[in-house]
Design a protein around this ligand. Sequence first.
Ligand code: PMP
Length: 330
Amino acid sequence: MVEKLSSNENPFPPLPGVLSAVTDAAADLNRYPDMATSELIAALAELNGVENDQIVVGNGSTAVLETILKALCQEGDEVVHAWRSFEAYPIAVAVTGATSVPVPLTSEGRHDVDAMLAAVTDRTRAILLCTPNNPTGPVLTQAEVERVLAEAPSDVLVLLDEAYVEFVRDPDVVDAASLLPHHSRLVVLRTFSKAYGLAGLRVGYAVGRARLVGGFRAASTPFGVNALAQVAALESLRHRAELLERVEQLVQERGRLVAALRGQGWDIPDAQGNFVWFDVGDRAGVLARAFAEAGVIVRPFAGEGVRVTVGDRDANDIVIDVAGDFIAGA
Ligand code: PMP
């Protein structure tokens, strides 16, 4: 059996309640979805303790990111982000005609906030912060994000990508809810693809000040969130406690995996998402092939390292076995 641990997906299948809500909604597929996504937006506003006009939804958080950058940037503008980080960032920036300014991570796989602030110019329109950082794993702390908000010029948007926020257990992690009321240029990006296990349906959203969000909504694709995705996301919010129990199980598995790998001698960075990072440099391809030979598909980044998603117990056991053999033979 092939285990797919290459896309940071949730290994749990959809909850029965979510599946039946989607099946019921499929009877009306001849109709357009709710263009305003009102019910979902109201539920997300309640969850995040904000007003409805502070939420914009889209076809996955990648689409929301693209919309935000499209609304914000044009040719000649710059967007600062860490690198290595989520591979969609430079692509989404390039599509707007702006220039992406990648800033190397620290040796621990963390954002280098000093270097990122130093990279800001008068052409910078946005700073993208990925917490926890995909693919390396550590979070941004409250102090780090406060610093960016205090020191970056006031017209620069600060976009906090919290795709994996439900998996975070680091007590120092940034608390976006505490910052949003005080910072008009802070925007937080979230997704239903990871903790909620709806990657196949594509639902993501952003939270920010109503004035900004209004602009992002105007730049969004009409009917950008399909009818089944709206229903599934809403139903998932109703089953949030159950889904968060699953997340807790994955967090426990992550702890077991990281401890086993470190015990083998691997220097695994702090893993706060549903993935672990092997910092193997130019051996990334060789390590990925070793996993593939054992039936596990992982994500190599040539010359940098390998990202492996936390799967179910059996899949993680294979990861531990392969990694142990690899380091013993290295
Ligand atoms: N942000 C980060 C950091 C991610 O890793 C991902 C998914 N790999 C996303 C956003 C996008 O999620 P989606 O488009 O599925 O909502």
